[in-house]
Design a protein around this ligand. Sequence first.
Ligand code: ATP
Ligand code: MG
Length: 291
Amino acid sequence: MTPTTPTTPAPKLRLQNVTKTFLAPRTGQQTLAVADVNLDIQAGEFVCIVGPSGCGKSTVLNMIAGLDKPSTGSIEKDGMAITGPGADRGVMFQDYALMPWQTVQDNVGFGLRHGTPGKPFTPAEREDRIRHFVDLVGLKGSEKKYPHQLSGGMRQRVALARLLANGPDVLLMDEPLGALDAQTRLILQLELLQIWGETAPREQRKTAVFITHDIEEAVFLGDQVVVMSSHPGRVRAVLPIDLPRPRGESARGSARFAQLTDQIWGLIRDEAYRAIGGQSVAKPVEPHAVV
Ligand SMILES: Nc1ncnc2c1ncn2[C@@H]1O[C@H](COP(=O)(O)OP(=O)(O)OP(=O)(O)O)[C@@H](O)[C@H]1O
Ligand SMILES: [Mg+2]
């Protein structure tokens, strides 16, 4: 992410003065969910968004996805206004959103039934593509299983394979690992980086926007961490994460990793305590706490 200047390359995603107000249909009550959000996200960047519950993270992601519209301001991808959902932006949520009546392979291939406009997949191409992405996420052998026969980690792998199979150039992920147990989550973080293209040249990486409550997860994954504050949701800080890539497990134990997580926790600690009705000064501060 970079400040907007005439010399910087056109960003993959640009949010300018974005504000979102929700209007309750019955009462007419307005909620200013996010205000004055300005962000440039460059192609191939992995950007994580953290912030207290209710600060507007999902609202921002949904607007980039085109599932919702800004009340004021603009969101552009490759210089074009985003006007609705599109196959160029794949979305993944915490709750898998798999179709329970379909097998792994049918879930992965769901978006491929009709191909892309003007270029439909042949049945053979579709099968190849499904096989490729099922293998990529480590689910070979589980193609014919149904979601209820899979663990949470496996289900989220299916959701990831489906996301990738549609060939988006922007990955939008809203707490995709939030429902997983701690160990599976750590493993999937590493796998996600590999799949995103951590070992590939930068120009081959997808652009990723990843929401999480977990500061360590944000630091481990991100090139940048956007810290939001609430009431209304605003961008409080954007921190570049200068940990070298590819990041292995050892990255989590480095002094720099601890510094960065401390810094981010320091930015959101007070609000996080307020959100649960406490005061940060009255309690011992856990520098690596997950908020
Ligand atoms: N459809 C809606 N109608 C009215 N208010 C909404 C709607 N969606 C979100 N809000 C409000 O907007 C604010 C931001 O919500 P949002 O879901 O984006 O927060 P969040 O940061 O994703 O929270 P969490 O971490 O709990 O997922 C909250 O005050 C929420 O109540
Ligand atoms: Mg949310």
